[in-house]
Design a protein around this ligand. Structure first.
Ligand code: F6P
Length: 345
């Protein structure tokens, strides 16, 4: 069997470990041939690929980024693929001698995986995203690393904030869901955690910050980039769109900081953590999760479990239908938000 491996969407710490896991099991144990396409679908379309064998994946688990590169280039122009585009897709597969795909990606990518599976083309999804917003899996690799980096940023902002008696606002990623903010906020004891799922009013935010000051402390506010103030119809954007045509988010911390300062009289500073969250070496948890995901994907290919995704369920990796993963976003439930809200103010 010859499998094409590719990464699509934003990178996520652990992608290299996932490739290594798939190759160690797929090539060394099951005797597959594997090729990795460079920069996602671009490499598939333009025929740029490298052989994936044991030497190619030696020592890559601790490395950040991904050896293959990733992009948001789609495999075809139309949303769901026209008959002509699918014909070309199959022709390209034949040209590369492929029997199937292992697709490493988040929501957008696994939606494409589901479309491919819908055409009867063999594909298995490996879920990655720092946002942790894919359904059907408990955690996606990359999330733990992003949370650790965000929690460390909170710890650091807290000491400088306390020294100057300032309110510090930290913006983290999370375009549709607030998992990074939720976990980092809880780990770092943020006094306010603002996430897309639960809009809050600026009056409430200011009250919480003022009450922290009244107790003689300085506030740390963590906000997910996709958060909207109650009454605001859309998240703050930076202008422009990404490769999937989605608005580029960012800037809510800079919107909130002056509003907090104006209402409380407390000097307030905004920090946008940005891509620092996605860079660098993955945590041990992410390396282990990603490696096991790769191994499970190779086993699923051998077993012919196409149209599935390798999901973490408790401490087991289980193959679940792709449709289950992409049908809806995994949002933060009310009871989890209630837990961090206990620390507000
Ligand atoms: O989708 C993952 C994510 O980390 C989002 O939280 C964020 O909006 C986006 O990627 C930013 O990615 P880029 O700047 O690379 O397009």
């Amino acid at each position: 069997m010859r499998l094409g491996v590719l990464c699509s969407g934003g990178d996520s710490p652990g992608m290299n470990a996932a490739i290594r896991g798939a190759v160690l099991r797929g090539v060394d144990v099951h005797g597959f041939e594997m090729v990795g396409f460079i920069d996602g679908w671009r490499g598939f379309v333009e025929g740029e690929a490298i052989p994936l064998d044991r030497p190619a994946v030696r020592g890559i688990s601790p490395l950040g980024g991904v050896i293959l590169g990733t992009s948001r280039v789609p495999p075809f122009e139309s949303r769901a693929g026209t008959p002509a585009e699918w014909a070309l897709f199959r022709e390209r597969m034949a040209r590369h001698g492929l029997d199937g795909f292992l697709l490493i990606g988040g929501n957008g990518t696994q939606t494409v995986s589901a479309l491919i599976a819908g055409q009867g083309i063999p594909v298995i999804g490996l879920p990655k995203t720092i946002d942790n917003d894919l359904s059907a899996t408990d955690y996606t690799f990359g999330f733990d690393t992003a949370v650790s980096i965000a929690a460390e940023a909170i710890d650091r902002l807290r000491t400088t904030g306390e020294s100057h008696r300032r309110c510090m606002v930290l913006e983290v990623m999370g375009r549709d869901v607030g998992w990074i903010a939720l976990h980092a906020g809880m780990a770092g004891g943020a006094q306010v955690t603002l996430i897309p799922e639960f809009p809050e009013t600026i009056e409430h935010v200011a009250e919480w910050v003022a009450s922290v000051r009244d107790r003689g402390r300085s506030s740390l506010v963590v906000v997910a980039e996709g958060f909207t103030l109650a009454g605001q119809d859309a998240p703050v954007t930076r202008g422009g769109v990404d490769g999937f045509g989605r608005a580029r988010l960012g800037g809510i911390a800079e919107v909130l900081a002056p509003l907090i300062e104006e209402r409380t009289g407390i000097e307030t500073r905004a920090t946008v953590l940005g891509h620092v969250q996605r860079g660098g070496s993955p945590t041990a948890f992410d390396r282990v999760l990603a490696t096991r995901t790769g191994i499970a994907a190779a086993d699923a290919a051998l077993a012919g479990q196409w149209g599935t995704m390798a999901a973490l369920r408790g401490d087991r990796i289980e193959m679940v239908p792709l449709a289950e993963a992409v049908n809806r976003l995994k949002t933060v439930p009310g009871e989890r938000y209630a837990e961090v809200r206990l620390n507000f103010g």
